[in-house]
Design a protein around this ligand. Structure first.
Ligand code: GUN
Ligand code: ZN
Length: 429
């Protein structure tokens, strides 16, 4: 056995909880023992160095060692159009997104951006993500193969859209079904990879395509679904026009058997109570994307409703609608979105939402915490990453306070190292 000891200020949530502040496990001068790809145990550094005297020790001092962040919604082909000026959703799609996504018809280009994108995740301490490709089958293939080579847990899928977008980005109901099925056969459950059936949103799929996507969902019980829902008022009005017989936006997806406990819905800002109820009954998952919702002027996610209806909320960057790859910054913006609604979210609840809570929601039991047998996917954060954070945190050794300050002050600059499956894959210079 070649055991490594990672010493530092360990913080994680070993169990599912409604009360992250109570159920957090925080070990100052702690250690993770890892054996190959997996976590063996956690304890104080003193205990584990005694138990494993021959282990290699990687000492991170007083830095925080937390499970790798899980980003449940972002678009790798939108990396290069991040921070595009001046539009809200529909105009932003037409002006920036569709022309950018066109370039992914070229596999070499897809691969180049896939690698760039995965490096951005690592720099920011993100070790797992549910990622959108483009309509091109090759774009999903290139991301899958890049993630496979890196032994990373990535969920992705080819976008399906056969109307209301430029001709050069349209597939057909038949090609979308065939390409998705081929990708599932090749990539789903290969290594740590998972497939997500990916209809862009209700306006860009014909009813025939929606029906064929629904059939796919029913025939592959353990694949995921990712789509957009109730992000923008203009979009919602459009869905009402296109689907006059649906009770509400979510009913469109539900009528094609797309609302399940493996379905990830991006945004969910303007849901009606009936939609919240249905989300809850089906166990569906929200990807809350605060940077995107502010950047595109879409609105404020209502956490009180999600809690009242017992709907699972995960956190996501939605790059390039979101303007940052940093889950710390995303947490900071989530805090502000809630402040505007008189809700105060503590930073441990935020950390839970982007680690163990997201792993639970996605049904990925071998990530998200430091329990024995989980993958050693983790990130190391420096509370003193710059002068200002050093001043602010000079007397603090409390994880909740440190994480809160980092969520306001930090971004990728606070990432000291990111580890995937027991290997350091990114380290600050
Ligand atoms: N709705 C449909 N497509 C998109 C997209 O690419 N980004 C966002 N934020 N919303 C969408
Ligand atoms: Zn999105």
């Amino acid at each position: 056995m070649s055991i490594k000891l990672i010493t530092g200020h360990i913080v994680h949530f070993p169990n599912s909880t409604e009360s992250p502040q109570q159920d957090v496990v925080e070990i100052k001068q702690g250690a993770l023992a890892i054996d190959g790809e997996k976590i063996l145990t956690t304890d104080t550094a003193a205990q584990l160095t005694q138990r494993y005297p021959d282990a290699e020790v990687i000492d991170y001092g007083n830095k925080l060692v937390v499970p790798g962040f899980i980003d449940t919604h972002l678009h790798f082909p939108q990396t290069e159009m991040i921070a595009s000026f001046g539009e809200q959703l529909i105009d932003w799609l037409n002006k920036y997104t569709f022309p950018t996504e066109r370039q992914f018809e070229d596999p070499a280009y897809s691969r180049k951006i896939a690698d760039f994108f995965l490096n951005q995740l690592w720099r920011n301490g993100t070790t797992t993500a549910a990622v959108w490709a483009t309509v091109h089958k090759n774009s999903a293939e290139q991301l899958f193969s890049a993630a496979y080579e890196r032994n990373m847990q990535i969920l992705t899928g080819k976008v399906c859209m056969d109307r209301h977008c430029p001709d050069y980005l349209q597939d057909t109901p038949e090609s979308a079904q065939q390409d998705s099925a081929d990708l599932i056969a090749t990539w789903h459950n290969k290594g740590r990879l998972k497939y997500a059936i990916t209809p862009r949103f209700a306006p860009t799929s014909t009813e025939k395509q929606m029906a064929m996507m629904g059939e796919l969902m029913s025939s592959y019980k353990d694949v995921y679904l990712q789509t957009h829902l109730s992000e923008n008022q203009q979009e919602i009005a459009w869905v009402k026009e296109l689907y006059p017989n649906s009770k509400h936006y979510l009913d469109v997806y539900d009528s094609y058997q797309m609302v399940t406990e493996r379905s990830l819905f991006g945004h969910c800002i303007h849901l009606e109570d009936d939609e919240w109820r249905l989300m809850s009954e089906k166990g569906a998952i929200v990807s809350f994307c605060p940077t995107s919702n502010l950047f595109l002027g879409s609105g404020l996610y209502n956490l009180n409703k999600a809690k009242a209806f017992n709907v699972k909320t995960t956190l996501a960057t939605d790059v390039g609608g979101g303007d940052s790859f940093s889950m710390l910054r995303t947490l900071g913006e989530a805090y502000k979105v809630f402040q505007l609604q008189n809700i105060t979210m503590d930073s441990l609840s935020g950390l839970y939402m982007m680690t163990r809570g997201a792993a639970d929601a996605l049904k990925l039991p071998d990530i998200g915490d430091f329990n024995a047998g989980t993958f050693a996917d983790f990130t190391v954060l420096d509370p003193h990453f710059n002068e200002l954070s050093s001043l602010r945190l000079q007397d603090s050794d409390d994880a909740e306070d440190i994480l809160f300050a980092l969520s306001m002050l930090a971004d990728e600059r606070a990432t000291v190292a990111t580890w995937i499956a027991g290997n350091p894959v990114w380290q600050a210079q």
